[in-house]
Design a protein around this ligand. Structure first.
Ligand code: M6R
Length: 613
């Protein structure tokens, strides 16, 4: 979603802003713009397209490059199409108040009607413009920038992360958040505000995370935080823990490929310190105080969106089988609108890579309101969901920049396996030697992933065959049904090929009508209790001339007879099988998308972290 970068200090602001915007490109956007304080006022340029298009515009028209105060924005369109006019910054006719905004102003219409009556003329189709005129109208009355922003925000409903410049008070940037993340980087007599820490890390590791309902006024010497209710806030600095290299491509052509290949390491990071060396049992510091409650929960709700929801579906199988606790997996976007039944004391797990997904946050809030205890499985340290949950674990997969989630997913599965084992061991449902067998296997998973990654060339060759296909079906059973959904999602997202995931046995209840020589079917068929049934499903596909790509255990050759293409992976236990079966599907989708010339890291219309509902 939209990205914000603002700089105030002693250095030239523009290169810092542009580089920051490039770091935020992964969030997804369709136009970009900048504003800097110059001698004659505030200079603004904006453009539909990529940051590179904006750079070309800035190069040709002598934009003030010496300014030390300014901000930039990448916009993911919600209100109004992605054209030059609707790109941010948004400003009034006198260029007195200049705003960049991430989020949606929900009472935009009523504010617009009122402001138009007061004589303000709207030039864009954006909801942000009402914020500009609202601040301006307060500025006319108060002649005070900070007060005007505060008063305006008190009238606004909806989600926002904003930065504001004011021509009459040029040495100041005011930023505020409600629902859309904003981080303030604190350097030596310089400050950088950004939607996430990736744009800040090249400059400083010291940060302050703004919370909902807070605004910060920043000058080149200092900053002060208040609530929009005008209460002063003291907040200690926090330290960013990841390194710059982690957000660089490191020799790979795409972040997605880098992140697929990082999985042996990212999974090790999820496991680090969580399996006891002496007895192989699980310890999760973040859940120690609540494990008793979890162990005796009557049921557990898991909520998430997209790929994280698929992880939740695997979690359902794991928790139900290992812990014998009923689990319900809910789309976060549906949860709060269906008057859900939540009893006080119910336990909910919220899964999110970014920790900022608006739908997931809304479900979390709803569950809390109804008395549930809410636990997070979150990747981004310090993110909003991590803060809003009562307890939880970080997945420690490291920054995920590619829009298509890969390493975050396998780390979520690893985290869910650890949580299930922890609960099972607490309830004494599994003997310690059984737990140890699985944790030993967990520790072998990174090496097994390496063995799959070694087959990248073979998977690429298979992908070549399907470069021009238009549809694809993914089938899996049990633990691998959610993997079929995830494989199909990966393909859709980055290659724009229509794909559907089904439980294999459901095929005969409808999708089988689609099978012919033009319908490739990927079948995830590890040798487990459903294997023979899946072979029957494959034969049903072959009988209708479908093309079968199978994924099964190494040494399992009988499936080859029914497969047009077969990919072999190392064997593992059923609980952990999805971590391995996912990898060839990621590689397949990645290679197919690259062959089709798609922008795999920033697929059209998608945002990395969806901060609007
Ligand atoms: O950051 P989150 O895990 O909360 O994001 C949830 C989904 O938006 C995300 O998984 C999305 O489906 C990805 N693009 C999938 O690759």
């Amino acid at each position: 979603m939209c990205g914000i970068v603002a700089y105030i200090g002693k250095k030239q602001a523009l290169p810092i802003i542009i580089n920051g915007l490039k770091k935020l490109e992964y969030r997804g956007y369709d136009s970009a713009g900048v504003a800097v304080v110059s001698e004659s006022g505030i200079a603004i340029r904006k453009k539909a397209g990529k940051v590179a298009d904006l750079e070309r515009l800035l190069a040709v028209n002598g934009f003030d490059k010496t300014s030390t105060v300014g901000f930039g924005h990448t916009r993911w369109a919600t209100h109004g199409e992605p054209n030059d006019l609707n790109a941010h910054p948004i400003y009034d006719d006198d260029q007195e108040i200049i705003v960049i905004h991430n989020g949606i102003i929900e009472n935009y219409n009523s504010l617009k009607i009122r402001l138009e009556r007061e004589g303000y003329i709207f030039r864009t189709e954006t909801d942000t413009e009402c914020l500009v005129h609202l601040i301006r109208s307060h500025f006319k009355n108060t002649d005070n920038f900070e007060t005007s922003v505060r008063l305006a925000l008190n009238e606004v409903e909806g989600a926002y992360g904003i930065c504001v410049l004011c021509k009459s008070e040029p040495g100041k940037i005011i930023a505020a958040r409600n629902g859309s993340p904003l981080v303030l980087g604190v350097g030596e007599k310089e400050f950088i505000l950004a939607s996430d820490a990736t744009a800040i890390i090249p400059h400083t590791r010291q940060v302050v995370y703004l919370l909902d309902g807070e605004m910060v006024t920043v000058t080149c010497d200092n900053f002060s935080i208040k609530t929009i209710g005008d209460e002063k806030i003291e907040r200690a600095l926090e330290e960013i823990t990841f390194d710059l290299e982690q957000i660089e491509k490191g020799g790979y052509e795409h972040f997605m490929h880098k992140e697929i290949c990082e999985q042996p390491e990212s999974i090790m990071n999820t496991l680090r310190g969580r399996i006891r060396k002496d007895n192989g049992l699980v310890k999760l510091g973040g859940l120690t105080n609540v494990v008793d409650k979890l162990a005796f929960a009557k049921r557990i709700i898991i909520t998430a969106c997209g790929t994280a929801w698929h992880a939740g579906l695997v979690g359902e199988y794991m928790i139900e089988q290992m812990c014998r606790i009923p689990v319900e997996v809910e789309y976060a976007s549906e949860f709060r609108y269906r008057d859900p039944i939540v009893y006080p004391g119910d336990s909910m797990f919220v899964i999110s890579q970014s920790g900022e997904t608006a739908d997931t946050r809304a479900a979390l809030k709803e569950a809390k309101k109804r008395g549930a205890d809410v636990y997070g499985i979150v990747n981004v340290v310090g993110s909003t969901i991590a803060r809003e949950t009562d307890a939880g674990i970080y997945t420690h997969a490291g920054p995920e920049i590619g829009v298509a989630s890969t390493k975050a997913f396998t780390s979520q599965l690893t985290g869910l396996a650890l949580i299930s084992l922890l609960i099972a061991q607490h309830k004494s449902l599994m003997p310690p030697n059984e737990i140890k067998k699985i944790t030993d296997e967990l520790l072998r998973i990174p090496d097994k992933i390496k063995m799959i990654l070694d087959q990248s060339d073979k998977i690429k060759e298979i992908a070549k065959v399907f470069k021009f296909c238009q549809h694809m079906l993914y089938l899996g059973r049990g633990y691998n049904f959610p993997v079929a959904l995830e494989g199909a999602l990966k393909l859709k997202e980055i290659s724009y090929i229509h794909a559907e995931g089904y439980p294999a046995a459901e095929m005969k209840h409808g999708p089988i009508a689609l099978i012919d020589a033009n319908m490739p079917v990927i079948v995830i068929a590890p040798k487990d209790s459903t294997y023979d049934k899946i072979i029957s499903n494959i034969r049903e596909v072959k009988a209708r001339k479908g093309v079968v790509i199978s994924i099964s255990d190494e040494h399992n050759t009988d499936i080859d007879e029914y497969s047009d293409y077969s990919i072999k992976i190392p064997s593992t236990c059923k609980f952990l099988s999805p971590i391995l079966t996912t990898i060839p599907l990621q590689l397949f989708a990645y290679n197919l998308a690259v062959l089709r010339g798609c922008n795999v890291d920033q697929p059209r219309n998608l945002a990395k972290s969806v901060t609007v509902e």
